[in-house]
Design a protein around this ligand. Structure first.
Ligand code: G3P
Length: 216
């Protein structure tokens, strides 16, 4: 599977979020590769209404409904049409106790949790909480041109082993067919990508290159 993380890039926000989500939906239909989009909370409803592929939030807070100004409630994310959420992304880390509570909130609402870790040792501390998926992304490679597949294939191998029966995704700097091919060959179930697709001159062409990694 491929999760395209729209982050807060203007190329993937508001109307552009719908435009890119439709490109992802079209490529998913053509290629039969499972593609999900992780969008900003403010864009969940407009994107979920526009496409049939899974829409994820980028974060939910460990709160029940109540007096929490500015926080993101899991019920609202669900009602807006999200199927689940990323959690603990390196760009929005959660203290362990809050991360566990946020995972529990998602589980209670039948929303899937894609829990991010910066490295295999952080991943190891999270496996026991049984997220639906784990994603390992070395922060120093995020947004760059060197991928985790080319710079640190050993991280993928180690992360796959630690994940046991939990599907493991990898990300950071992924932008070529070979990056995807290597990640899958080493046992990852899929990849997370942001800049390689969102910031590409031709977003569709960039996504098709990644999808080809599932076919070689
Ligand atoms: O969540 C995926 C993201 O952090 C990877 O970013 O720009 O290296 O594909 P990027």
């Amino acid at each position: 599977m491929i999760i395209v993380n729209f982050k807060a890039y203007k190329e993937a926000a508001g109307k552009n979020a719908v435009k890119l989500a439709k490109i992802c939906e079209n490529v998913a239909k053509e290629s039969k590769v499972n593609i999900s989009v992780a969008v900003q909370a403010a864009d969940i409803e407009r994107v979920a209404r526009a496409v049939s592929i899974p829409v994820l939030a980028q974060h939910v807070d460990a709160i029940e409904p109540g007096p929490y100004t500015g926080w993101t409630l899991a019920e609202s994310v669900r009602d807006a049409g999200a199927m689940g959420s990323l959690l603990n992304h390196s760009e929005l880390k959660l203290p362990p106790a809050m991360l566990v509570r946020a995972m529990k909130r998602l589980r209670k609402l039948d929303l899937i949790s894609v829990v991010c870790a910066d490295n295999p040792s952080e991943e190891q501390s999270l496996v026991g909480f049984k997220p639906d998926m784990l994603a390992v992304e070395p922060p120093e490679l995020i947004g760059g041109k060197v991928s985790v597949s080319s710079a640190h294939p050993e991280i993928i191998t180690q992360s796959v082993k630690l994940a046991k029966d939990i599907p493991l995704l990898v990300g950071a700097g992924i932008h070529t067919t070979e990056d995807v091919r290597v990640a899958l060959k080493l046992g990852a179930k899929g990849i997370l990508v942001a800049s390689g697709v969102v910031l590409a001159k031709d977003q569709r062409k960039a996504l098709l290159a990644l999808v080809n990694g599932f076919k070689v």
